[in-house]
Design a protein around this ligand. Structure first.
Ligand code: NAD
Ligand code: TYD
Length: 341
């Protein structure tokens, strides 16, 4: 099987590529990535010389570049679309344009190429955020209406609809996965868990938005990758599959757990101004993928958190590299204006 992965130099994509090359010796991967601030070839340094792996620097927002990748690889069996602008705060504070270009137009360019080049299967990597925010009870199912509340989730929802439209209109063999919040190795430290680990290691304040009682449902990245691979190979055409470990907890509880594991003081916690339109609660019902495809998470939250902390502790150089340069400009912009709550 030969798979074109987009966004493979990012957090989840790089974990997926590593896992698949190890576990499916008959699978070849072509990785199309524009190497934005979130894309880092260091994430794949250990497999860059694998004969079953090819990297191509290309931008999905450019339809001609997308087509030329398909032309150069005429025997692709499947497309796996990880590439996205993925950070809610950037979509709010830096601007929505890049999100519209990559997440919507970029996805459409891939769908068009799949049609032209008659690709067997397309998998869209989506998110629970397209469902919007939950009240204190209940969980998102695959039939929950899409009510996104920020520019990031709105563009992801739009992309999901373009995938649906291509499947209905042109009989494209498409499947969609929607996953909850991931954590694990190689996650860029603008997201909650790596940002808090990085700050705690330096005894810097840990900025908790609002009252810290916003709930997120956490899954280890490897469990997500296994779910995606199962849906790619065995999912029913046209179907949507939620993926999640059903471990939903308030942010404050998560941050306190991290501090305890790192042996750092809770006095580092600093409540800062809330995110505008901050979704209060996410919680996934992932029973469909369990029932129909036999997927189940392999890691408990405890095990996964320990593995993640250990990884960041032993990869301080990686953290240093990704936090140098533009990251510090971003961090300053994001948090210096965020008054203490
Ligand atoms: P990430 O930001 O770490 O990586 C995104 C990758 O896409 C980077 O390598 C970047 O260079 C690449 N990219 C961005 N724009 C591109 C373009 N125009 N052309 C080609 N490549 C481009 O993201 P992630 O956290 O690994 O998320 C991957 C996917 O999973 C996204 O679609 C995201 O919406 C989805 N998702 C993420 C989470 C999560 O918790 N991180 C949860 C559910 C779903
Ligand atoms: P994040 O990792 O950005 O993921 P998402 O917004 O996609 O869920 O944020 C996870 C939660 O943590 C979210 O409720 C916002 C909160 N958060 C903070 O409290 N402080 C921070 O510095 C960050 C980055 C996030």
């Amino acid at each position: 099987m030969k798979i074109l992965v987009t966004g493979g130099a990012g957090f989840i994509g790089s974990n997926y590529i590593r896992m698949v090359l190890q576990e499916h010796t008959d699978t070849e991967i072509v990785n199309l990535d524009a190497l934005t601030y979130a894309g880092n070839l260091e994430n794949l340094a250990d497999i860059e010389n694998d004969p079953r792996y090819t990297f191509i620097k290309a931008d999905m927002t450019n339809a001609a570049q997308v087509r030329s990748v398909f032309e150069a690889h005429p025997n692709l069996d499947a497309i796996l679309n990880f590439a996205a602008e993925s950070h809610v705060d950037r979509s709010l504070h830096v601007g929505a344009d890049a999100f519209i270009q990559t997440n919507i137009a970029g996805t459409q360019h891939l769908l068009d190429a799949c049609r032209t080049f008659k690709i067997g299967r397309f998998l869209q990597v989506s998110t629970d955020e397209v469902y919007g925010s939950l009240g204190p009870e209940g969980r998102f199912t695959e039939t929950t209406p899409l009510t996104p509340n920020n520019p990031y989730s709105a563009t992801k929802a739009a992309a999901d609809f373009m995938v649906r439209a291509a499947a209905r209109s042109y009989k494209l063999d498409a499947v969609t996965t929607r996953c909850s919040n991931n954590f694990g190795p190689y996650q860029f430290p603008e997201k909650l868990i790596p940002l808090m680990i990085a700050n705690a290691l330096e005894e810097k304040p840990l900025p908790v938005y609002g009252d810290g009682m916003h709930v997120r449902d956490w899954i280890y990245v490897e469990d997500h990758c296994r779910g995606i691979d199962l849906v790619l190979r065995q999912g029913q055409s046209g179907e949507i599959y939620n993926i999640g470990s059903m471990h939903d907890i308030p942010n404050l509880e998560l941050v306190k757990t991290l501090l305890a594991k790192l042996g750092k003081s809770e006095s580092l916690i600093t409540f800062v101004q809330d995110r505008p339109g901050h979704d209060r609660r996410y919680a996934m019902d992932a029973l469909k993928i369990q029932r129909e495809l036999g997927w189940a998470p392999r890691y408990s939250f405890e095990q996964a958190m320990q593995k993640t902390i250990d990884w960041y502790l032993t990869h301080r150089d990686w953290l240093e590299h990704v936090r140098s340069g533009q990251y510090s400009v971003y961090y300053e912009k994001m948090y210096s204006q965020r008054a203490k709550a």
